[in-house]
Design a protein around this ligand. Structure first.
Ligand code: IVH
Length: 667
């Protein structure tokens, strides 16, 4: 290629690659496979190194990151970047509107048109474009002056290096990391024994405030634009439309609302869907839609009068450590649990939180009085995610011996967990019995934690099969809290529970690695318990859906003589197992096929859909890979779809999925 041809090719590659990045990072809708992109990118690099004079300012190769800086320069904002007043309730929102009405001499109940956007929990930042080119980027700082992060911003793929129009404009928005990218980053750091980020916002901040732009480039950051400065626009809604036209990533679902009630119900809906957002949001921003009004309303101190942040109740909060307890699970795993100074998180008072496991606990170096950050995500047990301040008290040590039975604890080499391996440990027995009689197991009514504890303390239950000998202890009737009726009922439900499906039986044993899904696979595969108990490790691993680790757990369970004794004793007391007699056609229609779901289906819940697949012998997986046969997409599919496209997988919608359920996959 001569120099003229090369220049032409460089221009074309820059245009193509920028276009592909746009589809990938702004539209979440990749147009080519990653490998193809890389190939074109390498070609561009090659041409640019041969003819550096043709390298363009908007070349995607700029995004690999410039040389490290010595320090950040200052970056001034004109007009200043404001903050916002906060509200949590509909009353506060009402007060906000009334204040606007008073200011504008409107009737007090006049309803405004608002534009409601998700409130992204990241780092706000300003981008400066001159004649279409990105020439500067700065963090918010104190609103008047932040830090110059121009070189770092250039590495963020969703920030255009050049606009489609040669205009001069300032754009404001939020730098963010996706929730799943944050999890992945922390997982990698954990493996490398490096410190962890507390949340996606800290991770984004830590990634952007790097003197070496190459580090920023290696983290997957996004920019979501929400404001334009120094440019005439009529409405907030047109602002977002213009940003989209200029190829910026914006919120996918801002809404125009009218008045307080409508706005507050949008906020409520948003809170319900909070977990579905790929970026962390902590509320919505309510903005008066008309820019004319915005101008008239202006700002008081650092807050505009025309906008308010409606915040969700916090899911994270800081509090203090009172003490640490060490609890023992059914498999003997010892979990450190923080006893906390009560703190309110998303409407619940939290007094205890998990400190994860032996390894993470040790990395925290916890002492009484430490201030910690506690997180409560949905229904999940609260967790301590970070130590904010050490009290200076003596560090709490992880015990060497089991707090319940005194046996020396055992640390498995490749696991962060430490456990008590005494099968007769009373706490383990308690956990094992509780699991055994649970809904997915023998489902015995009237045998709750309180009763189980008493039976273990009195020595009536020393091991699981003793449950079935409770009928030999009529003295229980005289115990506090028991009576003839409740004792008889208990004995009756124990008797009834003896007829059990192989599936529930397998679940009840509490074999490590065997939850509902694996138990189902085992119950389908093995015609009898006897055959199951004589199976070699390799055969378990060969069952579709069972990995080598679970196979290992199952095999060590059935080769442990204590476990076999428990099972034999169960059979002796008359446990009667029913095996699956399955209609082969239906059962196996989807055997050998694997499915993955992304987005919300219209007529089936995720768990129903999963059940339908599993009932036909199919598998539902959670990670996209070449092995996936069908990618079922619903409303608002996530990043899995992107990956599926790049792997060229078969993508189907709900209707097609239902067809497959009806007719099988061979169509
Ligand atoms: S508008 C006066 N829109 O919230 C309005 N801000 O509490 C200025 N934020 O510093 C910003 N999402 O970091 C706006 N859709 C959104 C936002 C948003 C998040 C942040 C931003 C700002 C803070 C103010």
């Amino acid at each position: 290629m001569n120099s003229k041809e090369t220049k032409k090719r460089i221009d074309e590659l820059v245009r193509l690659l920028n276009e592909y990045s746009y589809w990938y990072y702004v539209k979440d809708n990749p147009k080519i496979a990653d490998a193809e992109y890389d190939q074109l990118f390498d070609e561009l690099l090659k041409h640019e190194s041969e003819f550096p004079q043709f390298k363009r300012d908007d070349s995607p190769t700029v995004r690999v990151g410039a040389e490290p800086l010595k320090e950040f320069k200052g970056f001034s904002h004109d007009p200043p970047m404001l903050s916002m007043q906060k509200a949590y309730t509909i009353e506060e929102l009402k007060t906000f509107q009334e204040r606007i009405n008073r200011f504008l001499n409107n009737p007090i109940e006049h309803d405004f048109e608002y534009y409601v956007e998700p409130k992204y929990d990241g780092l706000s930042c300003e981008l400066i474009y001159k004649n279409g080119y990105l020439i500067g980027a700065g963090t918010r700082g104190n609103g008047l002056k932040g830090e110059d992060i121009t070189e770092n911003a250039k590495t963020i793929q969703s920030i255009p290096l050049r606009l489609k129009e040669n205009i001069s404009i300032s754009i404001r928005g939020e730098i963010l990391m996706k929730k799943d990218d944050f999890e992945k980053l922390n997982e990698e750091n954990r493996k490398k024994n490096e410190s962890l980020f507390a949340n996606p916002r800290n991770a984004a901040a830590g990634s952007i405030r790097q003197l070496d732009p190459k580090i920023t480039a290696s983290r997957r950051l996004y920019f979501i634009a929400y404001e334009i400065e120094n440019y005439e626009v009529k409405e907030q809604m047109t602002t977002i439309e213009l940003l989209r036209k200029l190829n910026f990533r914006t919120s996918k679902d801002p809404l125009l609302t009218i008045g307080i009630n409508n706005t507050f119900s949008v906020f409520n809906r948003c809170e319900m869907k909070r977990a579905d957002f790929e970026f962390e949001i902590d509320g919505v921003v309510v903005k008066v839609n008309s820019k004319e009004y915005q101008k008239r309303l202006g700002a008081v101190s650092h807050n505009p009068r025309w906008a308010i942040a409606l915040k969700f109740k916090a899911r994270e909060s800081s509090t203090q450590i009172i003490d640490v307890e060490f609890s023992i699970g059914r498999t003997g795993a010892v979990t450190p649990v923080a006893v906390l100074k009560p703190v309110e998180i998303s409407g619940a008072t939290i007094t205890r939180a998990s400190l994860h496991n032996y390894e993470i606990f040790n990395s925290f170096k916890i002492a009484k009085g430490d201030t910690v950050l506690v997180k409560r995500a949905g229904d999940v047990i609260p967790q301590v995610i970070k130590v904010l301040e050490h009290s200076g008290e003596e560090k709490i040590k992880f015990p060497d011996t089991c707090p319940a039975c005194g046996t020396k604890l055992f640390k498995e080499p490749d696991s962060p967990i430490i456990r008590c391996i005494n099968i007769e440990c009373p706490t383990q027995i308690f956990e094992a019995v509780t699991h055994f009689v649970g809904k997915e197991g023998f489902d015995i009514d009237g045998l709750g934690p309180k009763q189980i504890k008493k039976f273990i303390e009195s020595g009536i239950i020393k091991s699981i099969p003793d449950i079935f000998k409770l009928n030999e202890h009529p003295e229980i009737i005289k115990w506090d809290g028991f009576g003839e009726r409740s004792y008889e009922n208990l004995i009756k439900s124990i008797e009834n529970s003896k007829h059990i499906s192989f599936y529930h039986f397998l679940v009840s044993l509490g074999i490590r690695g065997v939850g509902g899904v694996t138990a189902k696979l085992l119950a389908r595969y093995f015609p009898t318990l006897e055959i199951f108990l004589k199976t070699e490790k390799e055969e378990f691993a060969n069952i579709d859906g069972i990995g080598p680790i679970a196979a290992d757990f199952i095999h060590s369970y059935i080769t442990n003589s204590k476990n076999i004794e428990v099972i034999n004793n169960l059979l002796k007391v008359g446990i009667d197992i029913t095996y699956l007699t399955i209609s082969k056609d239906r059962e196996l229609a989807l055997a050998d096929y694997s499915f993955i779901f992304t987005g919300t289906l219209e007529t089936l819940s995720r768990s129903q859909a999963k059940k339908e697949v599993e009932e036909r012998g199919g598998k539902v997986v959670s990670a996209v890979s070449k092995k996936v046969d069908f990618v079922v997409t619903g409303e608002k599919p996530g990043s899995k779809l992107k990956k599926a496209i790049s792997l060229n997988l078969r993508i189907i919608d709900e209707e097609e999925f239902k067809n497959i359920l009806k007719k099988g996959a061979k169509t």
